[in-house]
Design a binder for this molecule. Structure first.
Ligand code: NDP
Ligand code: 2IT
Length: 444
């Protein structure tokens, strides 16, 4: 495989799609050896076929605000690869959404879903709609308008969307309602549904829980646990909330958490009712973390990232490329031993290089945050069987899946010195299964 030639060709076809090109390069660079050892991959054009999505649906979403003004947003669904199962992946509503971001997310999702061991292909979608400051009725009208287009290409055996940034239980509810009306059927076409109409227990907290389970496995390879560890988390959304909750359960102390307004440092630890308070703040759509500093007497660092806080474990859980080289150097200098990505691609390639160079335990998103989509897969199973499992059952399965993903990363990522490069391990383990399936199914 000639990585530079493939990347040059891809860049010519998709100029300026920075995030997409970044995600593809990382995978190609780490699977190169395995690819070359398996001539059937080259003979079947696996790389050329896997780096381009099967198809992209792009549509306009017209909707009316509470004052009667008309707005038009862009909507997308990227069906990337369905070699091992129906397309599966979240929907993101955020003003920054564009094709490059959705293609990077859809591409990552192929390997992440493969790692879960469940039969799910890769996809992603979303819109540049900004839900911030919008009323519930405005969000409902937007979600309905979005689904009027999306429903044409999704289905429980075809493509199963879920949440991501800006899309939680409320938005899934509105979209599901419209799908049900249009398709005239009550099926598991979306995951992250409400518990009363087909959702799975533990799905809301699954990504954060899974991320901490993965970090726990990484720590165990060094004879360490979360007990007494100081932890720093970025973002305060669905994933960060689950992660903070689980760190507390395992005896760790979260001393910093961030929002777009900056971060708070709480030396006493963010736990119990403080977590509930953060959730309330988020629901108000105002400053996310600043009011916390008044309520609990914590320090507020406006416009700053939390990576300057001394910690043992860092969990970036906000968005892509939020942790750069300087942040990585700061974490290393302060003695951080483990970084586990709750978000998708939150660490820049330069930051990842520093973590690997300094032999930190570094869990890449496609392995470390796979607990969310894995539990979506469990929701699909429950929908298919028309029954529901208890929280304990789902959590036990989620935990087992994260342990297996960790094992797969170790198997494919351990070098002669015993150091585990989890980036390499995750990419190889995720890739092999999809590539084998593509070879067996012929050129399509
Ligand atoms: P949420 O919308 O619940 O929270 C996202 C958080 O990140 C919020 O605090 C948000 O602040 C902040 N944020 C979003 N975009 C930006 C930006 N461009 N710059 C700075 N801050 C930003 O999303 P999730 O918690 O669901 O998702 C967080 C990350 O985890 C994403 O990378 C997502 O792809 C990934 N992920 C999510 C999964 C899931 O099941 N939900 C599964 C696996 C990965 P604000 O709201 O103020 O914008
Ligand atoms: O990035 C992700 O894995 C998600 N947003 C969850 C996808 C899903 O289908 O549950």
């Amino acid at each position: 495989m000639n990585v530079e030639k493939i990347m040059n060709d891809l860049e010519k076809k998709h100029p300026g799609e920075v995030e997409y090109l970044q995600a593809v390069r990382e995978v190609l660079e780490t699977i190169e050896d395995v690819y070359n050892e398996n001539p059937q991959f080259e003979a079947n054009g696996i790389i050329e076929r896997i780096i381009e999505p099967d198809r992209i649906l792009s549509f306009k979403v017209p909707w009316t605000d509470d004052n009667g003004n008309v707005h038009v947003n862009l909507g997308y669904r990227i069906q990337f690869n369905n070699a091992i199962g129906p397309y599966k992946g979240g929907l993101r509503f955020h003003p920054s959404v564009n094709l490059s971001i959705l293609k990077f997310l859809g591409f990552e999702q192929i390997f992440k879903n493969s790692l879960t061991t469940l039969p799910m292909g890769g996809g992603k979608g979303g819109s540049d709609f900004n839900p911030k400051g919008r009323s519930d009725r405005e969000i409902m009208r937007f979600c309905q308008a979005f689904m009027m287009e999306l429903w044409k290409i999704i289905g429980p055996e075809t493509d199963v969307p879920a949440g991501d940034i800006g899309v939680g239980g409320k938005e899934i509810g509105f979209m599901y309602g419209m799908y049900k009306k249009l398709a005239r059927e009550h099926t598991g076409v979306l995951t992250g549904k409400g518990l009363k109409w087909g959702g799975s227990l533990v799905r809301p907290e699954a990504t954060g829980f899974g991320n901490v389970y993965f970090a726990k496995e990484m720590l165990a390879t060094k004879g360490e646990t979360f007990k007494g560890k100081t932890v720093v988390v970025s973002g305060f959304g669905n994933v960060a909330w689950g992660a903070v909750t689980k760190v507390n359960e395992l005896g760790g102390k979260v001393v910093a958490i961030s929002g777009p307004d900056g971060y708070i440092y709480d030396k006493d630890g963010i736990s119990g009712k403080k977590i509930d308070y953060m959730l309330e703040l988020r629901a108000t759509n105002e400053d996310i973390v600043k009011p916390y500093s008044f309520e609990f007497g914590a320090e507020f660092h406006q416009g700053k990232k939390p990576w300057e806080v001394k910690c043992d474990v860092a969990l970036p859980c906000a968005t892509q490329n939020e942790l750069g080289k300087e942040d990585a150097l700061m974490l290393v200098k302060n003695g951080c031993i483990c970084v586990s990505e709750g978000a998708n691609m939150p660490c820049t390639p330069e930051a990842v290089e520093i973590f690997l160079e300094h032999k930190l335990l570094f869990g890449p998103g496609k392995a470390a945050n796979a607990g969310g989509v894995a539990t979506s897969g469990l929701e699909m199973s429950q929908n298919g069987m028309k029954l529901s499992w208890s929280a304990e059952e789902v959590d036990a399965k989620l935990h087992g899946i994260m342990v297996n993903i960790h094992e797969a990363c170790v198997k494919h990522g351990k070098d002669a010195s015993g150091f585990v490069n989890y980036v390499k391990g995750a990419n190889i383990a995720g890739f092999l299964k999809v590539a084998d399936a593509m070879v067996e199914q012929g050129i399509l």
